[in-house]
Design a binder for this molecule. Structure first.
Ligand SMILES: [Zn+2]
Length: 258
C-alpha cells in the first residue's frame, strides 16, 4: 500500500495490478501446497490402515503360518490327496463327504483297484476330482527294469482312461521313488506331498487331524489314503477345520501351476 501512495496515477494503477497478481499467485501457491500436503498425509493414513487390517485378518482371525508367502501362494490354497484307492464303500463315503463340503480333491489310483471299482472312479471323475496314477499294482518304480516300470505306468493309465476317457497326466510314484527320465518319457508329471501324517499307521483319526492341522500352511499338499475308515473320518474333519481357518481346497494341478 505504501508503494501505491508514493507513485503517480499510472504508476499507482500499474503497481496496484502487479500487487494484485503477485498476491493472487502467492495465495494459489499456498492453497496448492496445503492441498498436496494434506493429500499425502491422508494417503499414508489409509495405507497404514489397510496394512493393519490385513495383518489382523491373517495372523489373528485365520492364524495361517504361511501368510508371509502370500505373493507366492495364491489365496491360501492347499490340496488334499488320496493314494492307494479306490476301495469301494470307503472311497464312496469320502466322495459323499467331499460333495457335502463342496471340496475337490486329488486321487492317485492303483490301476488294478480302478478296474475293480469302475463305478467309483466314474463318480470321482464326474464330481470334478483330479485323477492321477499310482501305478498299476503299487510297485517301486526304481526297483525294476525300465521296461517293467513303463508297463506299470502305461497299464494304470489305460485302466483309468478306459473308465473316465481321460489319460492321467500326473503320477504319485509309490514310496516317492521314481526316475525323472522315466516319467518324462511317458509325459507324466510326478506329484509328491508336503504334509504326511502317516494315516496308514494308526486308526486314531483325531491324531491324524491334529498332525495335519498343526503343520499345514498355504501351498501344502496333504497325503492321506482312502482305504481306511479312520483316514476318511480324519480327512473330513481336516477339511472342516481348515476351511474354518480360511483355507481353500484345490486340486494339485492348481498348486503346481502357481
Ligand atoms: Zn501308495
Amino acid at each position: 500500500m505504501d508503494v501505491i501512495r508514493n507513485g503517480d496515477l499510472d504508476g499507482k494503477r500499474f503497481r496496484y495490478r502487479i500487487a494484485v497478481i503477485v498476491i493472487g499467485i502467492i495465495v494459489l501457491i499456498i492453497f496448492s501446497l496445503i492441498e498436496s500436503l494434506s493429500g499425502k498425509a491422508q494417503g499414508v493414513d489409509e495405507n497404514q490402515g489397510e496394512d493393519v487390517t490385513d495383518m489382523t485378518d491373517v495372523s489373528e482371525d485365520y492364524d495361517i503360518s504361511g501368510a508371509s508367502d502370500r505373493n507366492i501362494c495364491y489365496e491360501n490354497r492347499i490340496a488334499i490327496t488320496f493314494d492307494d484307492g479306490p476301495k469301494g464303500k470307503i472311497t464312496e463315503e469320502l466322495l459323499d463327504g467331499l460333495e457335502e463340503r463342496g471340496v475337490k480333491a486329488t486321487f492317485f489310483l492303483i490301476g488294478e483297484s480302478a478296474e475293480k471299482y469302475p463305478e467309483v472312479v466314474k463318480r470321482m471323475y464326474d464330481a470334478g476330482h483330479l485323477i492321477g496314477s499310482h501305478t498299476y499294482s503299487h510297485v517301486k518304480l526304481c526297483d525294476m527294469s525300465t521296461e517293467n516300470a513303463l508297463e506299470e505306468i502305461k497299464k494304470a493309465n489305460s485302466a483309468i482312461e478306459g473308465i473316465t476317457g481321460v489319460r492321467p497326466k500326473y503320477i504319485r510314484p509309490p514310496y516317492g521313488m521314481y526316475s525323472e527320465q522315466l516319467l518324462m518319457s511317458v509325459n507324466t508329471t510326478p506329484v509328491l506331498w508336503t504334509v504326511d501324517p502317516n494315516d496308514w499307521n494308526t486308526t486314531n483319526a483325531g491324531a491324524v487331524v491334529k498332525k495335519v492341522v498343526s503343520k499345514v500352511k498355504c501351498g501344502d499338499i496333504i497325503l492321506l489314503h482312502d482305504i481306511y475308515p479312520s483316514s476318511v473320518a480324519a480327512a473330513l474333519e481336516i477339511i472342516d477345520q481348515l476351511k474354518a481357518k480360511g483355507y481353500i481346497f484345490v486340486t494339485v494341478d492348481q498348486i503346481l501351476l502357481d
